[in-house]
Design a protein around this ligand. Sequence first.
Ligand code: NDP
Length: 253
Amino acid sequence: MTHLDGKTAVITGGGTGIGLAIAKRLAADGANCVLMGRNLERLEKEAAKIERATAIQCDVSDPASVETAFASAKENGPVMVLVNNAGIASSAPFHRLSEEEFLRIQNVNVTGVFRCTKAVTNDMREADHGRVINISSIAGLGGGPYISHYCASKHAVIGMTRALAAEWARTQTTVNAICPGYVRTEMAESAIRTIIEKTGATREQAIAELAKSNPQGRLLEVEEVAEIAGWLCHPDSRSINGQAIALNGGQSM
Ligand code: NDP
Protein backbone atom coordinates (compact mmCIF):
# COMPACT_ATOMS: atom_id res chain seq x y z
CA MET A 1 0.00 0.00 0.00
CA THR A 2 1.45 3.36 -1.00
CA HIS A 3 0.14 6.83 -0.22
CA LEU A 4 -1.42 7.48 -3.65
CA ASP A 5 -3.06 4.05 -3.98
CA GLY A 6 -6.49 4.42 -5.59
CA LYS A 7 -6.20 8.20 -5.87
CA THR A 8 -6.85 9.96 -9.16
CA ALA A 9 -4.10 12.31 -10.34
CA VAL A 10 -4.65 14.55 -13.36
CA ILE A 11 -1.56 15.76 -15.17
CA THR A 12 -2.18 18.35 -17.86
CA GLY A 13 0.32 18.17 -20.69
CA GLY A 14 0.91 14.64 -19.44
CA GLY A 15 1.85 13.18 -22.81
CA THR A 16 5.29 14.76 -23.12
CA GLY A 17 8.35 16.06 -21.28
CA ILE A 18 7.94 17.10 -17.67
CA GLY A 19 4.27 16.10 -17.45
CA LEU A 20 4.95 12.58 -18.67
CA ALA A 21 7.81 12.15 -16.18
CA ILE A 22 5.53 13.33 -13.37
CA ALA A 23 2.81 10.88 -14.45
CA LYS A 24 5.31 8.01 -14.30
CA ARG A 25 6.52 9.15 -10.87
CA LEU A 26 3.00 9.44 -9.40
CA ALA A 27 1.97 6.10 -10.91
CA ALA A 28 4.93 4.49 -9.15
CA ASP A 29 3.43 5.79 -5.88
CA GLY A 30 0.10 4.14 -6.73
CA ALA A 31 -1.87 6.96 -8.39
CA ASN A 32 -4.38 6.35 -11.14
CA CYS A 33 -2.98 8.93 -13.55
CA VAL A 34 -5.09 10.76 -16.10
CA LEU A 35 -2.97 12.27 -18.84
CA MET A 36 -4.56 15.33 -20.45
CA GLY A 37 -3.56 17.31 -23.51
CA ARG A 38 -4.72 18.13 -27.02
CA ASN A 39 -2.94 15.35 -28.89
CA LEU A 40 -5.04 12.31 -27.95
CA GLU A 41 -3.07 9.83 -30.04
CA ARG A 42 0.18 10.72 -28.27
CA LEU A 43 -1.51 10.67 -24.85
CA GLU A 44 -3.00 7.21 -25.47
CA LYS A 45 0.33 5.86 -26.64
CA GLU A 46 2.08 7.05 -23.48
CA ALA A 47 -0.77 6.13 -21.11
CA ALA A 48 -0.64 2.56 -22.42
CA LYS A 49 2.92 2.27 -21.05
CA ILE A 50 2.00 3.46 -17.53
CA GLU A 51 0.18 1.24 -15.06
CA ARG A 52 -3.46 2.24 -14.47
CA ALA A 53 -3.07 5.41 -16.60
CA THR A 54 -5.72 6.76 -18.95
CA ALA A 55 -5.74 9.51 -21.56
CA ILE A 56 -8.34 12.24 -21.97
CA GLN A 57 -8.28 14.97 -24.58
CA CYS A 58 -8.34 18.45 -23.08
CA ASP A 59 -7.48 21.89 -24.37
CA VAL A 60 -6.89 23.99 -21.24
CA SER A 61 -7.46 27.17 -23.26
CA ASP A 62 -11.07 26.11 -23.90
CA PRO A 63 -13.48 26.20 -20.91
CA ALA A 64 -15.90 23.68 -22.46
CA SER A 65 -13.09 21.23 -23.15
CA VAL A 66 -11.84 21.51 -19.55
CA GLU A 67 -15.34 20.94 -18.18
CA THR A 68 -15.92 17.83 -20.31
CA ALA A 69 -12.46 16.39 -19.64
CA PHE A 70 -12.65 16.74 -15.85
CA ALA A 71 -16.19 15.34 -15.74
CA SER A 72 -14.84 12.31 -17.52
CA ALA A 73 -11.75 12.08 -15.25
CA LYS A 74 -13.99 12.04 -12.17
CA GLU A 75 -16.01 9.04 -13.35
CA ASN A 76 -13.69 6.77 -11.35
CA GLY A 77 -13.52 8.97 -8.26
CA PRO A 78 -12.59 12.49 -7.17
CA VAL A 79 -9.38 14.11 -8.33
CA MET A 80 -6.97 14.23 -5.40
CA VAL A 81 -3.87 15.41 -7.24
CA LEU A 82 -3.79 18.05 -9.95
CA VAL A 83 -0.57 18.86 -11.76
CA ASN A 84 -1.03 22.02 -13.81
CA ASN A 85 1.81 21.38 -16.20
CA ALA A 86 0.41 22.26 -19.65
CA GLY A 87 2.21 25.30 -20.94
CA ILE A 88 3.44 27.07 -24.03
CA ALA A 89 6.29 29.49 -24.67
CA SER A 90 7.50 31.82 -27.35
CA SER A 91 9.99 34.64 -27.54
CA ALA A 92 9.88 38.15 -28.98
CA PRO A 93 11.41 41.51 -28.18
CA PHE A 94 8.80 43.54 -26.32
CA HIS A 95 8.47 46.16 -29.08
CA ARG A 96 7.44 43.41 -31.50
CA LEU A 97 5.24 41.46 -29.08
CA SER A 98 1.57 41.63 -30.13
CA GLU A 99 -1.32 41.76 -27.69
CA GLU A 100 -2.67 38.65 -29.42
CA GLU A 101 0.48 36.67 -28.63
CA PHE A 102 0.58 38.02 -25.06
CA LEU A 103 -3.00 36.85 -24.50
CA ARG A 104 -2.43 33.48 -26.21
CA ILE A 105 0.28 32.67 -23.68
CA GLN A 106 -1.79 33.86 -20.69
CA ASN A 107 -4.82 31.85 -21.84
CA VAL A 108 -2.91 28.57 -21.61
CA ASN A 109 -0.36 29.27 -18.87
CA VAL A 110 -2.52 31.26 -16.45
CA THR A 111 -6.22 30.93 -17.27
CA GLY A 112 -5.65 27.24 -18.05
CA VAL A 113 -4.34 26.77 -14.51
CA PHE A 114 -7.34 28.69 -13.18
CA ARG A 115 -9.82 26.56 -15.16
CA CYS A 116 -8.33 23.20 -14.20
CA THR A 117 -7.98 24.17 -10.53
CA LYS A 118 -11.61 25.32 -10.46
CA ALA A 119 -12.59 21.94 -11.89
CA VAL A 120 -11.10 20.06 -8.91
CA THR A 121 -11.84 22.57 -6.14
CA ASN A 122 -14.95 20.84 -4.78
CA ASP A 123 -13.30 17.40 -4.86
CA MET A 124 -10.39 18.66 -2.81
CA ARG A 125 -12.43 20.75 -0.39
CA GLU A 126 -14.62 17.75 0.42
CA ALA A 127 -11.75 15.27 0.82
CA ASP A 128 -9.05 14.81 3.40
CA HIS A 129 -6.22 15.02 0.93
CA GLY A 130 -5.50 17.29 -1.97
CA ARG A 131 -2.42 18.38 -3.83
CA VAL A 132 -2.25 21.09 -6.47
CA ILE A 133 1.15 21.35 -8.11
CA ASN A 134 1.69 24.16 -10.59
CA ILE A 135 4.62 23.99 -12.96
CA SER A 136 5.87 27.56 -13.08
CA SER A 137 9.49 28.34 -13.99
CA ILE A 138 12.50 30.37 -12.87
CA ALA A 139 10.85 32.82 -15.29
CA GLY A 140 8.18 33.08 -12.58
CA LEU A 141 10.76 34.29 -10.08
CA GLY A 142 12.88 36.61 -12.19
CA GLY A 143 13.00 38.37 -15.52
CA GLY A 144 14.77 37.64 -18.77
CA PRO A 145 14.96 39.27 -22.20
CA TYR A 146 12.44 38.49 -24.98
CA ILE A 147 10.03 36.54 -22.75
CA SER A 148 8.00 39.28 -21.03
CA HIS A 149 4.72 37.50 -21.88
CA TYR A 150 5.99 34.10 -20.65
CA CYS A 151 7.51 35.70 -17.52
CA ALA A 152 4.22 37.48 -16.79
CA SER A 153 2.35 34.18 -17.06
CA LYS A 154 4.72 32.25 -14.82
CA HIS A 155 4.78 35.05 -12.20
CA ALA A 156 0.97 34.98 -12.24
CA VAL A 157 0.96 31.24 -11.57
CA ILE A 158 3.09 31.79 -8.47
CA GLY A 159 0.73 34.54 -7.29
CA MET A 160 -2.25 32.22 -7.70
CA THR A 161 -0.35 29.45 -5.90
CA ARG A 162 0.41 31.62 -2.88
CA ALA A 163 -3.10 33.05 -2.64
CA LEU A 164 -4.83 29.66 -2.89
CA ALA A 165 -2.45 28.12 -0.38
CA ALA A 166 -3.38 30.85 2.08
CA GLU A 167 -7.09 30.48 1.34
CA TRP A 168 -7.09 26.69 1.75
CA ALA A 169 -4.56 26.46 4.60
CA ARG A 170 -7.15 25.08 7.04
CA THR A 171 -8.10 22.31 4.64
CA GLN A 172 -5.88 19.29 3.93
CA THR A 173 -5.05 20.59 0.46
CA THR A 174 -1.68 22.12 -0.34
CA VAL A 175 -0.88 24.27 -3.34
CA ASN A 176 2.72 24.66 -4.48
CA ALA A 177 4.67 25.72 -7.54
CA ILE A 178 7.78 24.11 -8.97
CA CYS A 179 10.07 26.54 -10.76
CA PRO A 180 12.63 24.76 -12.93
CA GLY A 181 15.37 26.30 -15.02
CA TYR A 182 15.81 24.93 -18.54
CA VAL A 183 14.80 21.26 -18.69
CA ARG A 184 15.78 18.94 -21.54
CA THR A 185 12.37 18.73 -23.32
CA GLU A 186 10.81 19.79 -26.62
CA MET A 187 10.26 23.27 -25.13
CA ALA A 188 14.00 23.67 -24.49
CA GLU A 189 14.73 22.19 -27.93
CA SER A 190 12.58 24.89 -29.46
CA ALA A 191 14.55 27.57 -27.55
CA ILE A 192 17.79 26.00 -28.80
CA ARG A 193 16.52 26.12 -32.41
CA THR A 194 15.56 29.80 -31.99
CA ILE A 195 19.03 30.73 -30.67
CA ILE A 196 20.71 28.92 -33.57
CA GLU A 197 18.39 30.60 -36.07
CA LYS A 198 18.70 34.13 -34.64
CA THR A 199 22.41 34.17 -33.76
CA GLY A 200 24.07 31.59 -35.98
CA ALA A 201 25.40 29.81 -32.87
CA THR A 202 26.25 26.11 -33.00
CA ARG A 203 24.00 23.66 -31.16
CA GLU A 204 26.61 23.31 -28.38
CA GLN A 205 26.83 27.10 -28.01
CA ALA A 206 23.04 27.39 -27.88
CA ILE A 207 22.81 24.73 -25.16
CA ALA A 208 25.60 26.48 -23.24
CA GLU A 209 23.64 29.74 -23.48
CA LEU A 210 20.58 28.12 -21.90
CA ALA A 211 22.67 26.34 -19.26
CA LYS A 212 24.34 29.64 -18.28
CA SER A 213 21.63 30.55 -15.75
CA ASN A 214 22.24 27.29 -13.87
CA PRO A 215 25.32 27.52 -11.60
CA GLN A 216 25.82 23.80 -12.25
CA GLY A 217 26.11 24.69 -15.95
CA ARG A 218 23.65 22.14 -17.28
CA LEU A 219 20.08 21.59 -18.39
CA LEU A 220 17.84 19.74 -15.93
CA GLU A 221 16.42 16.28 -16.61
CA VAL A 222 12.64 15.74 -16.43
CA GLU A 223 13.05 13.18 -13.63
CA GLU A 224 14.46 15.89 -11.34
CA VAL A 225 11.24 17.88 -11.64
CA ALA A 226 9.11 14.74 -11.29
CA GLU A 227 10.87 13.82 -8.07
CA ILE A 228 9.83 17.12 -6.44
CA ALA A 229 6.23 16.59 -7.58
CA GLY A 230 6.27 13.09 -6.10
CA TRP A 231 7.65 14.43 -2.82
CA LEU A 232 4.98 17.15 -2.63
CA CYS A 233 2.28 14.46 -2.83
CA HIS A 234 3.61 12.62 0.21
CA PRO A 235 1.55 13.03 3.42
CA ASP A 236 4.71 14.10 5.28
CA SER A 237 5.06 17.07 2.90
CA ARG A 238 1.78 18.59 4.09
CA SER A 239 3.44 21.59 5.76
CA ILE A 240 4.99 22.61 2.42
CA ASN A 241 2.32 25.02 1.23
CA GLY A 242 2.31 28.12 -0.96
CA GLN A 243 5.94 27.62 -1.94
CA ALA A 244 7.65 28.40 -5.22
CA ILE A 245 10.38 25.78 -5.27
CA ALA A 246 13.28 26.87 -7.46
CA LEU A 247 15.11 24.11 -9.26
CA ASN A 248 18.14 25.42 -11.05
CA GLY A 249 21.35 24.24 -9.49
CA GLY A 250 21.49 26.98 -6.85
CA GLN A 251 20.70 30.04 -8.96
CA SER A 252 20.02 33.04 -6.69
CA MET A 253 16.71 34.61 -7.59
P1 NDP B 1 6.50 20.25 -23.69
O1 NDP B 1 6.34 21.17 -24.86
O2 NDP B 1 7.02 18.90 -23.89
O3 NDP B 1 5.11 20.12 -22.92
C1 NDP B 1 4.06 21.00 -22.99
C2 NDP B 1 2.80 20.18 -22.80
O4 NDP B 1 1.70 21.07 -22.66
C3 NDP B 1 2.51 19.24 -23.96
O5 NDP B 1 2.28 17.95 -23.46
C4 NDP B 1 1.27 19.82 -24.61
O6 NDP B 1 0.45 18.76 -25.06
C5 NDP B 1 0.63 20.55 -23.44
N1 NDP B 1 -0.19 21.67 -23.87
C6 NDP B 1 0.19 22.78 -24.54
N2 NDP B 1 -0.87 23.56 -24.79
C7 NDP B 1 -1.94 22.92 -24.26
C8 NDP B 1 -3.32 23.22 -24.19
N3 NDP B 1 -3.85 24.33 -24.74
N4 NDP B 1 -4.13 22.35 -23.56
C9 NDP B 1 -3.64 21.21 -23.01
N5 NDP B 1 -2.35 20.88 -23.04
C10 NDP B 1 -1.52 21.72 -23.67
O7 NDP B 1 7.41 21.06 -22.67
P2 NDP B 1 7.78 20.85 -21.14
O8 NDP B 1 7.54 19.47 -20.68
O9 NDP B 1 9.11 21.42 -21.00
O10 NDP B 1 6.76 21.87 -20.43
C11 NDP B 1 5.93 21.53 -19.36
C12 NDP B 1 5.77 22.72 -18.43
O11 NDP B 1 7.02 23.04 -17.85
C13 NDP B 1 5.28 24.01 -19.12
O12 NDP B 1 4.32 24.65 -18.30
C14 NDP B 1 6.53 24.85 -19.20
O13 NDP B 1 6.25 26.23 -19.24
C15 NDP B 1 7.25 24.42 -17.92
N6 NDP B 1 8.68 24.68 -17.90
C16 NDP B 1 9.50 24.11 -18.86
C17 NDP B 1 10.86 24.36 -18.83
C18 NDP B 1 11.80 23.76 -19.85
O14 NDP B 1 12.94 24.24 -19.95
N7 NDP B 1 11.44 22.75 -20.59
C19 NDP B 1 11.45 25.18 -17.78
C20 NDP B 1 10.52 25.70 -16.81
C21 NDP B 1 9.18 25.44 -16.90
P3 NDP B 1 -0.48 18.86 -26.38
O15 NDP B 1 0.35 19.44 -27.46
O16 NDP B 1 -0.93 17.45 -26.61
O17 NDP B 1 -1.63 19.73 -26.00
